[in-house]
Design a protein around this ligand. Structure first.
Ligand code: NAD
Length: 504
């Protein structure tokens, strides 16, 4: 019999069976084979995890540690991530469809770097700041410091499961919080393994918990839970809106990393080879399943044909296939539901008059029939009113939009409810920087794409969310500021407020 690994929740420092005892299969999107079974979480499991996180937080077992101790444990964990990189990358690729070439290099490095950089930032952050108290002629001393918020909930999507989990637990733990993580239902394995590694690295029991299960049940209950103080959500704008409503009821702190439809503006002075490569990388990384994918390419009208032809020539040489094969360039789509979404958008694009010049179909053949594979797809002569151009597809579909002058391109690029990423291809740095200043997006890349770094803030404008992950900005988002003000006048009669209410 074919046995697959079984994963329970990770609660209170140990593998913990769910209260229902029910398990669900996690499948490989390349062939639909079940690669693991995980606990199907319930509200009761969430309650248990949150209770454990609350207990650990209130005990001070983690929040009471010194910054150096917490930073040391995060560095230990980074080492454990590197030691276990083959296992983590293998699990990540198996259930998300991300190519093993990428998960074993970029993704592992990003998780380890997030831990190391966060440990560095926490040590560099001022512990206590003192006020000058200039308006106060009275002898008073004010200081303020950052404190953990309490119990944080991290809700994450399926496209880069371990990186997006690390972007939440690294800063949450660094600031002394406890966390309950709820990974996406189809890609829960690496979050569970990372919680176990955190425990092995020295994070005390109850500080880092993972509950698996369906979003509308487990995620919803976690977001609404009265004992959760902060929610950090990464996912679609639609679900983010629901989570924000739940958070508002409890006045919880929130960070929202949501959808995108990021514009790339190719200027007429561009190096065409650079523009062609970026136009491809922007929408094909992780088979287009990246929130900051560049999926609207604005190109001078006279360059459109050349751009598209050269993109197609390069696509012909790319290999779509089994993500576990190091020779594969593009893996499968993560789920059947997502594949259907992509197919629907492509059909809508065709019916609205976009010109399909490459791809547009599900891949078929012995290598593809059992999985969820879609061809890299390019539409040209698109315009901003098309559904496919306005909405996030989350698949390998590029919309090329011709423009006649630069002002028109900037206006169209900004004409979106989203504001996550944006980019410019140009050989004129000063010109590119002027446009960068005008793009209403949280990140702008000049002559590159997808360059996210743990030492630079990442987040969205407009309906792409608010708050920032990474860098010291993430540490601010996982902390409260406490002002302590001490009056140094010893005598009751000298207090500044006496005359204000007639005290003697
Ligand atoms: P999703 O919104 O469907 O799910 C995200 C998470 O929310 C999952 O863990 C899911 O189980 C959970 N969830 C679902 N319904 C819920 C509910 N009612 N209450 C609470 N939790 C619930 O997103 P997805 O399909 O997993 O991921 C794709 C989306 O994520 C895209 O829109 C993409 O742009 C976005 N994304 C954004 C970023 C970013 O940093 N801005 C990064 C990656 C992905």
């Amino acid at each position: 019999m074919n046995t697959v690994p079984e994963y329970q929740h990770f609660i209170d420092g140990r593998w913990t069976a769910g209260e229902s005892g029910e398990m669900t299969g996690v499948i490989n999107p390349a062939n639909r084979e079940v690669v693991a079974r995980v606990a199907l979480g319930t509200r009761g499991d969430v309650d248990q995890a949150v209770l454990s996180a609350r207990r650990a937080f209130e005990s001070g077992v983690w929040s009471g540690k010194s910054v150096e101790e917490r930073a040391g444990i995060l560095n230990n964990m980074a080492l454990l991530v590197m030691v276990n990189k083959d296992k983590l990358a293998g699990l990540e690729s198996l259930c998300s469809g991300g190519t093993i070439r990428r998960t074993s290099t970029v993704d592992i490095a990003e998780v380890a770097a997030s831990l190391v950089m966060t440990a560095m930032f926490i040590k560099e952050m001022p512990r206590v700041e003192h006020g000058l108290c200039l308006p106060w002629v009275l002898p008073m001393h004010s200081y303020w410091k950052r404190e953990p918020i309490g119990v944080c909930a991290g809700i994450t999507p399926w496209n880069f499961p371990m990186i997006l989990a690390a972007w939440k637990f690294a800063p949450a733990l660094a600031m002394g919080n406890s966390i309950v993580l709820k990974p996406a239902g189809i890609t829960p394995l690496t979050a569970l393994e990372l919680a176990n590694l955190a425990h092995m690295a020295g994070v005390p029991a109850g500080v880092f918990n993972v509950v698996t299960g369906p979003g509308p049940l487990v995620g919803n209950h976690l977001a609404a839970h009265p004992e959760v103080d902060k929610i950090s959500f990464t996912g679609s704008t639609e679900v983010g809106r629901q989570v924000a409503h739940l958070a508002a009821d409890g006045i919880k702190r929130i960070t929202m990393e949501l959808g995108g439809k990021s514009p790339l503006i190719i200027l007429d002075d561009t190096d065409m080879e650079v523009a062609v490569n970026i136009s491809l990388y922007a929408f094909l990384f992780n088979s287009g399943q990246a929130c900051e994918s560049g999926t609207r390419v604005f190109v001078p009208r006279h360059l459109q044909q050349e751009l598209v032809e050269r993109m197609i020539e390069k696509i012909k040489k790319m290999k779509t296939g089994n993500q576990m094969d190091p020779a594969t360039d593009l893996g499968p789509i993560a789920s059947e539901a997502q594949l259907k979404t992509i197919i629907n958008y492509v059909e809508t694009g065709k019916s609205e008059g976009a010109q399909l010049v490459w791809g547009g179909s599900r891949l078929s053949g012995p290598e593809y029939d059992r999985g969820f594979f879609f061809e890299p797809t390019i539409f040209m002569n698109c315009h901003n009113k098309m559904t496919m151009v306005r909405e996030e597809i989350f698949g390998p579909v590029q919309c090329v939009i011709p423009y006649d002058d630069q002002e028109e391109a900037v206006a169209m690029a900004n004409d979106s409810v989203y504001g996550l990423g944006g980019g410019i291809c140009s050989t004129n740095v000063a010109r590119a920087q002027k446009i960068a200043a005008r793009l209403r997006t949280g990140t702008v890349w000049i002559n590159t794409w997808h360059a996210l770094r743990p030492d630079a803030p990442f987040g969205g404008y407009k309906q792409s969310g608010f708050g920032r992950e990474n860098c010291y900005h993430a540490l601010l988002a996982y902390s409260e500021v406490k002002h302590v003000c001490q009056d140094l006048t010893p005598e009751a009669g000298e207090k500044f407020f006496n005359p204000l209410i007639g005290l003697k």
